[in-house]
Design a protein around this ligand. Structure first.
Ligand code: ME8
Length: 533
């Protein structure tokens, strides 16, 4: 890795997925969102390190392996491969993939535990209480429903009595409240930070961080007591640090991207306190995204929850970029979204096929037809007598406005809005084509019409090039394909790519490119209108 001194280091992570089932849309979304942020930061010139991986220990994994009649390690090897294989299919640019069964991880977890133990941050005590295997969590009386039962979320709850190791969480409560009060934007979106502070109004308990080996085999051995393994969250959270512990200058993470279900308490309470107690710097912040739901229920591997959508089926059917586009366009980071095939098809047809696909077709088709496939130069002032130039100016002004919004929107994780703005610009470009009707200009023999036609061709090619630059972190393969048919190789500095100019003048374009073919017919869906020109 070449590290330039003028580059800002940007370390971003996803949650690590439990390997007790196959990846679903929720997992795919988190990877795609993090990838979009990572690509955006690279475009902005940062030195990005992007980590993802799998969470392989714990009761759930042990149980799933047993069900399949496999040894836990064998089971993990198999399922982890499925999660790893998803990444190239989604065009994810992770730099590293961590498995919590790897020696590099175990060594760091044990070293941190030993350090905390030596500092007196960990003690042994008897514990009697209720335990949820599904959530791998001890419960408290306040977790019960008013009728005394446990919420469905916890699955089967059993009472246990045992001796365990505890981490002194409680003594850091005030420190954490102060930290979150001082660092108001530590959690995105902001309303989640308020929820954490609300949670912290109740007293914290010390955290039970061990499981007796006779109850749970499948975990990292406590370095100071071989009769115990490490609680799965204590093990899992440390992946963010263990993966880069040997890479100077990478820690702390800039952002951890996770789902809202694992914000409180693991990421917003345990994690900062663990780091603080261990004397390690805290990450820059946490992005807590919402859930993909099906018919109002969270999509998950758990029986009884919303039906899990297999992301690969959609990728196979519509292509990786249509999939990435939909996830990023549809979900406002932090909010929930319902996944429906109908909504997917609406966006696919109207925004990708009709809007972007149409502009690509028209640009290639008309440049080939009217300019022998070579993008002409815009002729400023062409046809001024007829008021020409105003439409081009309006489009350029709209672009300038769109461009100015792109960076702040990206920096604020508002990628859905950024895509919406680009779609508006594309729609306006297509409307501009309708208004200028180059197919009519092409039939005219008048010199001013010829000049205007060349201006139109130059204008739409430039509009297309700019739109592609604006969405390349969301649809990298599509951007590459369109640039290739435009005969264009983008420069190294992304921001410079966003300036309107005669960039493509003289470029030789290809004849055609099929980008978003119509899906197979059986569904009743809105079909795209045929492209004009
Ligand atoms: O929680 N929509 O693993 P996991 C959006 N191993 N995101 C979803 C989702 C949905 N329907 N379902 C799950 C774990 N996710 C732990 C994490 S990190 C140190 C340990 C997200 O496989 C979920 O919110 O249950 C989480 O961020 C990620 O997928 C992995 O979930």
């Amino acid at each position: 890795m070449v590290v330039r001194l003028d580059m800002k280091s940007f370390y971003i992570t996803t949650a690590i997925d439990y390997v007790n089932g196959s990846p679903h849309l929720g997992h795919a979304y988190e990877k795609v969102l993090t990838d979009v942020i990572a690509r955006f930061r690279r475009q902005m010139g940062d030195q990005v390190h992007f980590l993802t991986g799998v969470d392989e220990h714990g009761q759930k994994v042990q149980a799933s392996a047993k069900k399949r009649g496999l040894q836990p390690q064998q089971f993990c090897d198999e399922v982890s491969e499925e999660f790893r294989a998803l990444l190239p299919k989604l065009n994810i640019t992770n730099d590293d993939f961590i498995r919590t069964t790897e020696p590099r991880h175990k060594t760091v977890v044990q070293a941190v535990l030993q350090q905390l133990f030596d500092k007196g941050e960990i003690y042994k005590a008897d514990y009697k209480g209720f335990y949820s295997t599904r959530q791998e969590q001890f419960l408290q009386e306040k977790d019960r429903l008013p009728d005394g039962t446990w919420p469905e979320l916890f699955g089967e709850v059993t009472e246990i009595v045992e001796s365990n190791y505890f981490f002194k969480l409680k003594q850091y409560q005030e420190w954490l409240v102060e930290f979150l009060t001082k660092n108001e934007t530590w959690i995105f979106p902001a309303f989640r930070q308020k929820q954490v502070l609300e949670f912290l109004k109740e007293p914290l308990n010390d955290l039970c961080i061990s499981r007796p080996r006779e109850r749970l085999e499948w975990g990292i051995t406590m370095p100071f007591d071989a009769g115990y393994v490490t609680y799965v969250w204590f093990d899992a959270l440390l992946n963010y640090y263990s993966a880069v512990a040997d890479k100077p200058g990478v820690w702390p993470a800039t952002w951890h991207v996770i789902g809202k279900d694992i914000l409180v308490p693991p990421h917003a309470v345990y994690w900062p306190i663990m780091l603080h107690a261990a004397g390690l710097p805290l990450p820059g912040g946490i992005v807590a995204h919402g859930w993909w739901m099906t018919r109002g229920k969270k999509m998950s591997k758990t029986p009884g929850a919303g039906e899990a959508i297999n992301p690969l089926e959609l990728v196979d059917e519509f292509g990786v970029d249509a999939f990435r586009y939909f996830l990023i366009r549809e979900m406002n980071v932090g909010q929930d979204s319902d996944f429906t095939r109908e909504q997917f098809l609406v966006r696919y047809n109207s925004e990708l096929a009709n809007n972007l696909g149409n502009l690509v077709n028209r640009t290639l088709n008309m440049t080939t037809r009217f300019a022998a496939g070579v993008v002409p130069a815009a002729e400023v002032g062409a046809g001024e007598a007829a008021g020409a130039g105003d439409l081009e100016k309006a489009l350029q002004d709209l672009w300038a406005k769109t461009r100015d919004e792109l960076v702040p929107l990206g920096e604020g994780f508002q990628f859905h809005t950024a895509l919406e703005r680009v779609m508006v610009f594309l729609t306006e470009t297509n409307t501009y084509i309708e208004k200028r009707a180059p197919w009519k200009l092409g039939k005219s023999t008048e010199a001013k019409d010829g000049a205007l036609l060349r201006t139109v061709l130059a204008t739409i090619a430039e509009s297309l090039r700019l739109s592609v630059a604006a969405v390349q972190h969301v649809m990298p393969a599509t951007a590459e394909k369109i640039n290739a048919v435009l005969g264009y190789t983008p420069g190294a500095v992304w921001r410079d790519e966003l300036t309107w100019g005669g960039t493509l003048t003289g470029a030789k374009v290809a004849g055609a490119l099929v980008l978003f073919p119509r899906p197979a017919p059986p569904e009743k869906v809105a079909t795209p209108a045929p492209a004009k020109a």
